[in-house]
Ligand binder design. Structure first.
Ligand code: GDP
Ligand code: ZN
Length: 300
């Protein structure tokens, strides 16, 4: 019997799959292992041949909607696919404790943009700040959805839940901003671990789970894996940075030079727009930091 399922985790060469409320295990058919150039990733939709004991063999990978790729700093060929079929990246920051840092949020958003993934911004711990509107504004101007939340006050959480419904969402953001608290409040059954996830494989060796997906609601999934929470620290190439600030796009076409990088070029329409207050100056500052970093690192 063939069955379609979603790959939740890969541990010690075994695949944990999910379909219609049921979790089961599978191995990979040797033929795809050898002939396919694509590895099975967490998030992949796969066709599975089921054996009697409720164990399956993965026969085929379904076409992917998206691919989150990680670039290793300084390596030309160091690009690795990490998770398949993510629909959106949820970038979580805290209004306080740790204090709001727009550059960190900008980095996370840029990595999502570079992977062609839509994202939304969550400003958590709103109970600890007098005012969060100034934090939200640059992102609203840029066209991002911003949701202000507080876990103890249960503020904004239903609005966030609605955004997660039927979607595969990657939770990202610095440590301590409240990602696990938010997810546990929305879905007490998740019981997300805060430490690095590791599992004992069949050979008895410890294997780190590179990514792990959790069913969320009726048809959604969330990815909140320690190793994937820090996507903001992933490297970007200069061209990726240039294309990662959506609010610049409207003006970029009007720069004097086609290949304007909006650093110090004459006739730069993006800089002019920023001066006029068409978008936040902090975003332009973040952009320049990211671009200079990418150039200095010699990223292709
Ligand atoms: P993570 O590292 O992003 O997963 O953060 P955690 O969920 O582990 O939360 C870090 C700390 O912040 C914990 O002590 C939480 O209780 C606390 N916390 C999380 N959300 C909120 C919030 O909305 N308001 C306040 N005041 N504290 C929060
Ligand atoms: Zn320009």
């Amino acid at each position: 019997m063939l069955r379609e399922a979603t790959v939740l985790a890969i541990v010690g060469g075994r695949y944990r799959l999910y379909d219609a409320g049921e979790t089961f295990e599978a191995s990979l058919r040797g033929r795809i292992k050898q002939t396919s150039d694509k590895r099975v990733l967490v998030g992949d939709r796969v066709s599975v041949e089921m054996q009697d004991e409720g164990v399956g063999t993965i026969e085929e990978i379904q076409p992917r909607r998206s691919l989150l790729k990680r670039r290793t700093p300084g390596k030309r060929r160091g690009v690795r696919s990490v998770v398949a079929n993510i629909d959106q990246v949820v970038v979580v920051g805290a209004a306080a404790d740790p204090s709001w840092d727009p550059h960190v949020t900008d980095r996370f958003l840029a990595v999502a943009e570079a992977n062609h993934l839509p994202s939304l911004v969550v400003i958590n711990k709103a109970d600890l700040a007098q005012e969060v509107a100034p934090f939200a504004e640059p992102y609203e101007v840029a066209g991002y959805r911003v949701i202000v939340t507080s876990v103890p006050e249960y503020r904004g959480l239903e609005e966030l839940r609605a955004m997660l419904e039927d979607q595969v969402s990657l939770f990202s953001g610095p440590t301590g901003v409240g990602k696990s608290s938010i997810l546990n409040a929305l879905h007490p059954g998740l019981k997300l671990k805060t430490a690095e996830v590791s599992a004992r494989s069949r050979t008895g060796r410890h294997t780190t789970v590179a990514a792990e997906m959790h069913p969320f609601g009726d048809a959604g999934f969330v990815v909140d894996t320690p190793g994937l929470r820090d996507i903001g620290l992933w490297a970007l190439g200069p061209l990726e940075v240039v294309q990662s600030f959506p609010e610049f796009e409207r003006f970029a076409g009007q720069c004097r030079f086609d290949n304007c990088r909006h650093l110090a070029e004459p006739g730069c329409a993006v800089m002019a727009a920023s001066k006029q207050g068409d978008f936040s100056e902090t975003r332009l500052r973040s952009y320049r930091r990211l671009l200079e970093e990418a150039i200095a690192a010699g990223q292709p």
